[in-house]
Write a protein that binds this ligand. Structure first.
Ligand SMILES: NC(=O)c1ccc[n+]([C@@H]2O[C@H](COP(=O)([O-])OP(=O)(O)OC[C@H]3O[C@@H](n4cnc5c(N)ncnc54)[C@H](OP(=O)(O)O)[C@@H]3O)[C@@H](O)[C@H]2O)c1
Length: 279
């Protein structure tokens, strides 16, 4: 697996395994299957309720800690300095880890339109910086932050190293991607397959046929060619492996731009500043 190199020099494997909705008793075996399939970068969050299962799978894998890259996130109801610190410690307890690879603030707002969120976000960011300086986390970043949410953080002593946003063909949030890439913030893509909504898209199925790949592999390859780290989730070992087999082909420039120019489609309806859209 190749790596992205974050602004502080930390290496992050180019494809991560997404664990949202991987939970309960099956969670341990599913995450263990992902590690067996070759994933070394695991994306979880306090909100997913599966950090214990992720921790157990990491331990059961027997893989050296240094080969693993683990991300977790502080949920939006824990914005603020003290809450962020408590959320982090609770996550570490559940994961059973001494040091985390990447800590993200999950959303920039407690709820859309909350007037206190910008100040609370800055407090949370100060907590992240402290954890970073103390060596408890190797990198810090954010998720679902748009440029106007990022600007105040860029005024602090440590800029976010990662921003994880919804990104897939049909919903590429180009303004945020351009802003982050200009500020050396590594982007990561949640729902890189549009949570399977994009897999029957006519352009993606056409390209899949032509390249001898699946629509999922075309989506993952597209994110990588945009310089973005995809985090596909699958509960099937076969599809987990398939989602890693994307380093043996490249999209032609014309096909890349056809995907990049798709009309808006497949959006989840989530936006940090607005109530969830009914789609
Ligand atoms: N930061 C955030 O706010 C945020 C929000 C949402 C998600 N995330 C992260 O991003 C990760 C991925 O996003 P996601 O889970 O929403 O969606 P996704 O990875 O885009 O799509 C997952 C869906 O696609 C299916 N699938 C996966 N590989 C496939 C393949 N090769 N062929 C056909 N179907 C395939 C899965 O079904 P099977 O399981 O049956 O294969 C599942 O239904 C999450 O798990 C989470 O870690 C972060």
């Amino acid at each position: 697996m190749e790596d992205f190199i974050l602004s502080n020099g930390v290496r992050m494997p180019k494809i991560g395994y997404g664990t949202y909705l991987v939970e309960d008793d099956a969670g341990v075996s599913v995450v263990k299957a992902a590690l067996d399939a070759g994933y070394r970068h695991i994306d979880t969050a306090a909100f997913y309720g599966n950090e214990e299962q992720v921790g157990q799978a990491l331990a059961a894998s027997g893989l050296p800690r240094g080969e693993l890259f683990v991300t977790t996130k502080v949920w939006r109801d824990a914005l603020g300095y003290d809450r962020t610190m408590r959320s982090f410690e609770a996550s570490m307890q559940r994961l059973g880890l001494e040091q985390l690879d990447l800590l993200l603030l999950h959303w920039p707002t407690r709820e859309p339109g909350d007037p206190e969120s910008p100040a609370l976000c800055l407090e949370s960011w100060r907590a992240c910086i402290e954890l970073y300086h103390a060596g408890r986390v190797r990198a810090i970043g954010v998720s679902n932050f748009l440029p106007h949410h990022l600007l105040p953080l860029l005024e602090t002593e440590v800029s976010p190293m990662v921003n994880q946003i919804e990104f897939h063909p049909g919903y590429t949030q180009q303004a945020t991607v351009d802003f982050c890439q200009a500020h050396n913030i590594q982007m990561a893509a949640w729902s890189p397959l549009g949570r399977a909504r994009m897999l029957a898209d006519p352009l993606l199925t056409e390209l899949a046929g032509r390249y001898g790949k699946t629509p999922a592999q075309i989506c993952i390859r597209f994110a990588l060619e945009c310089g973005i780290c995809p985090l596909p989730k699958s509960s099937s070992p076969e599809r987990m492996r398939q989602n890693l087999e994307v380093f043996d082909f490249a999209l032609s420039p014309a096909d890349f731009w056809r995907i990049a120019s798709l009309p808006p489609v497949g959006w989840s309806g989530l936006h940090p500043d607005r109530p969830r859209a009914a789609l």
